[in-house]
Write a protein that binds this ligand. Structure first.
Ligand code: PMP
Ligand code: GLN
Length: 394
């Protein structure tokens, strides 16, 4: 049989996260690839999930989500960012941020419409744009003085008559950049000038370091009205397997996203929602400890990777470190990461798969530091062996 998969999805194959986690399992390597923590979320929050199941919260919740979670999200947005969202009509619970992004693009883009995204971008963005029959216009983030940023002129040049949406991920996976107010102002200006909708992926909103502040685009003047703000419990509470996310937006935008979402999944799993409501209300102290712990892990991993010979970009947020492999004598990150289990017993993510033009990111490799200290230490001591092997793959 010829390939039954629709043509527009053929280039996507298996995600790099699945490929690299399978490689780690097959080779017994340390997995610093796929971003998931190796420790659990707040114990009381986990108990809430158990008691939700035991207490009978096991049937379909309302389409927009369990009311307690919508209320808790509303309070959290208000307390944290001063943004008021009505739990009835301006908040929608989704199956993770992934579904929120997909439903937003599918809801807002006609075939042929254009979506701007900063590359390297989280892999689901390009797939969601392709599913919608829309066209992705990448704007490349490049290192400037050790931090990845965009050229405002390039961003401006990417906007055309068909541009409908700009997808903004900050704190940014995989570069670790947290967009500054000045950068967000550039984006906001374009949204106003060209009537664009901003879809913001803020899943790492709480994971910023050195006092760097995460600024939601929706807090900039006039932007609340044209922003679909997306977040998720996965990274904030170390429960990536719960797949519980949410959208906050004005009623007409939420209605659009929900119209699509209801036919993707109808609603998200109920018990997690009650537990995440508890998390947002009572576990932000736990999240502060997580953040402090992650900052120390970032320092641990960046020091180890530098000592092993990588050029390291110190992230201001997320739990990923972007590295340049060229000082070690390698040039092709995909080839290197496929060989890394044999060379060093470690798995990482080749950043090039997050580019529309892979050659722009061929020499970057991403490592995750949401792992126990001893795991990071062991990975780093193994990677120190690489120094002598440069000029191998790639
Ligand atoms: N966006 C980004 C930038 C991510 O790194 C991830 C992975 N957590 C997601 C979205 C997906 O989030 P979720 O697991 O909630 O679908
Ligand atoms: N967000 C995580 C990462 O970037 C995991 C994504 C996934 O497994 N799809 O590594």
């Amino acid at each position: 049989m010829s390939d039954p998969l629709v043509a527009r999805m053929r280039e996507f194959g298996t995600t790099i996260f699945a490929e690299m986690s399978a490689l780690a399992a097959r080779t017994g390597s340390i997995n610093l690839g796929q971003g998931f923590p190796d420790t659990d979320g707040p114990p009381e929050m986990l108990e809430r999930a158990v008691s939700a199941v035991r207490g009978g919260l096991n049937q379909y919740p309302p389409g927009p989500g369990v009311p307690e979670l919508r209320q808790a999200v509303s309070e959290h947005r208000k307390d944290h960012y001063g943004l008021a969202y009505d739990p009835d009509g301006e908040i929608l619970v989704t199956v993770g941020a992934t579904e929120a992004v997909a439903a937003s693009i599918l809801a807002l883009c006609e075939p042929g419409d254009e979506v701007i995204a900063f590359e390297p971008y989280y892999d689901s963005y390009a797939a969601s744009v392709a599913l919608a029959g829309a066209v992705l216009r990448p704007v490349t983030l490049r290192p400037v003085e050790g931090r990845f940023t965009f050229d405002p002129a390039e961003l401006r040049a990417a906007v055309g008559p068909r541009t409908r949406v700009i997808l903004v991920n900050s704190p940014h996976n995989p570069t670790g950049t947290v967009l500054t107010r000045a950068e967000l102002e550039e984006i906001a200006l374009l949204c106003h000038e060209h009537s664009l909708v901003a879809v913001t992926d803020e899943v790492y909103e709480h994971l910023t370091f050195d006092g760097v502040e995460h600024i939601p685009l929706a807090t900039l003047p006039g932007m609340r009205d044209r922003t679909v703000m997306i977040s998720s419990a996965g990274k904030t509470f170390s429960v990536t397997g719960w797949k519980t996310g949410w959208v906050c937006a004005p009623p007409e935008l939420v209605r659009a996203v929900q119209t699509v979402k209801q036919f993707l999944t109808f609603t998200a799993a109920a018990p997690w929602q009650l537990a995440v409501a508890h998390g947002l209300r009572h576990e932000l102290g736990w999240v502060s400890s997580l953040r402090a712990g992650l900052q120390a892990k970032r320092d641990r991993l960046t020091a180890g990777l530098s000592a092993a010979g990588f050029d390291v970009y110190r992230p201001a947020g997320t739990y990923f470190v972007q590295t340049d492999i060229r000082p070690l004598g390698f040039t092709d990150g995909l080839a290197l990461t496929r060989e890394l289990p044999a060379l060093a017993g470690v798995v990482a993510i080749p950043t090039q798969v997050f580019y529309a033009h892979p050659e722009r990111g061929g020499h970057f490799v991403r490592f995750a530091f949401c792992k126990k200290d001893e795991v990071i230490d062991e990975a780093v001591s193994r990677l120190a062996r690489l120094g002598g092997t440069g000029g191998g793959p790639g």
